[in-house]
Design a protein around this ligand. Structure first.
Ligand code: LLP
Length: 386
């Protein structure tokens, strides 16, 4: 059957239901992260000679134990704000600045200067910053983020290239940028492009590498080619897992064809999404006008992804047998907004009741870190398990 989905291994939490119920007894909402899964995903990405350096995009999940684990696995860390930089050096005071990238967007001048003072690798992504703050850049080394003219990813709000996106120097200004950089003796030692998040086709990164190499050859001082993050994870039951073998093969081929540069990637989601679950408790079960709803003790305040990107996360009732008879429910949170829906039309046990524990799957990336206190509801707790 061409095109049939390969069978998927059961998720890590399937064998740990009792243990997760115990965690839920300590209080919900609660994120639980599975370190073995983080390690496994990290090793999957590092398992090719075509990638020289991996930097974890900490915006996806800056939990200190996750950062320490990834650094142990040989990852560097990619930061986008002064807050993220301070966080990584607070969590990992011994970390060499050579293992940290600073890739901000529209940051104030002092954040670039703070990053240079820390000795991390700084990425610039427009010419105006050079023109306006020449003394910040004079005589330094930096990487340059380019807009290759198109975006990609699971939703318009996470596509980071093309005219509609605020990121990156457009290619039309590449020459002018290089001239301005030369005048300041700013050496461009890396070229960077990240086109978006949740990209499913594995050849994307080799294409980006090819485009950046052609430009790097024009610069003459480039050592690293950063082809971004954005590798997808299969959130829905019918999604294909990311084709890591094809990803590796594509990169190996293109690197062999255009050698001489360090290949850098900066994934976030791929490393942590499947390693995290959100545990919630059922508050009320209500029928209105024929629609059955399960209410949980947190919703868009704990996990924004469904409400802002229409993202789909699996939802399971851990308190009932996996084969219990089901009915179709909407799963909603307690926030005073109609968009506070975690899942539409989900088959869940018909006898779901108050205090049952719900598990929201694949919530390890852009979950806790985007949680908020809207309606003055408390932030979720976080546990890490082996
Ligand atoms: N590098 C840069 C420059 C980025 O802007 C991002 C993500 C990454 C790397 C990591 O991308 P990843 O491998 O995680 O796809 N909140 C959204 C995703 C926003 C991504 C922002 N930038 C979501 O929940 O889908």
């Amino acid at each position: 059957l061409d095109g049939a989905l390969p069978p998927r291994p059961a998720p890590w939490w399937d064998g740990l239901r009792e243990r997760l119920l115990e965690h839920a007894r300590a209080g919900t909402p609660r994120y639980v992260y599975h370190l073995d899964t983080v390690r496994q995903r990290a090793r999957d990405l590092r398992g090719t000679n075509a990638v020289d350096r991996c930097f974890f995009a900490i915006k996806a999940n800056p939990h200190p134990v996750i950062l320490a684990t990834l650094v142990e696995e040989g990852f560097g860390l990619e930061c986008v704000s002064a807050g993220e930089l301070a966080h990584v050096f607070r969590c990992l005071p011994e970390l060499s600045p050579s293992r940290v990238l600073f890739t901000p967007s529209f940051a104030p001048r002092r954040e670039y200067e703070d990053a240079f003072a820390r000795g991390v690798t700084v990425t610039i992504d427009n010419i105006e910053a050079l023109e306006r703050w020449p003394e910040t850049w004079r005589g330094r080394e930096a990487w340059l983020r380019l807009d290759l003219g198109r975006g990609d990813g699971h939703h318009a709000k996470v596509r980071t290239g093309g005219v509609a996106a605020k990121f990156g120097l457009p290619l039309a200004r590449f020459e002018a940028f290089l001239q301005a950089a030369r005048a300041l003796e700013l050496r461009i030692t890396g070229l960077h492009a990240h086109l978006g998040s949740g990209i499913e086709h594995p050849q994307h990164w080799r294409e980006v590498y090819g485009e950046l190499v052609a430009l790097a050859d024009q610069v003459g001082t480039v050592e690293s080619i950063d082809i971004g993050g954005g590798m997808s994870v299969p959130y829905t039951p019918d999604a294909r897992p990311f084709d890591l073998a094809a990803w590796r093969a594509g990169l190996e081929e293109v690197k062999a064809a255009c050698p001489g540069y360090q290949v850098v990637v900066e994934p976030g989601r791929y490393v942590v999404a499947e390693a995290g679950v959100l545990l919630l408790s059922v508050t009320q079960v209500v029928e209105k006008d024929g629609v059955h709803r399960i209410g949980a003790d947190a919703g868009m305040n704990a996990l924004m992804r469904p409400s802002i990107y229409d993202a789909w996360h699996g939802i399971h009732n851990l308190s009932r047998p996996a084969d219990a008879p089901t009915r179709v429910f909407d799963v909603v949170g307690p926030i005073c907004e109609s968009g506070d829906v975690l899942g539409h039309a989900r088959a869940l046990p018909v006898d779901t009741e108050e205090d049952d524990v719900l598990l929201v799957a694949d919530a390890g990336a852009y979950g806790m870190v985007m949680a908020n206190t809207y309606n003055l509801r408390a932030l979720p707790a976080e546990d890490v398990i082996e």
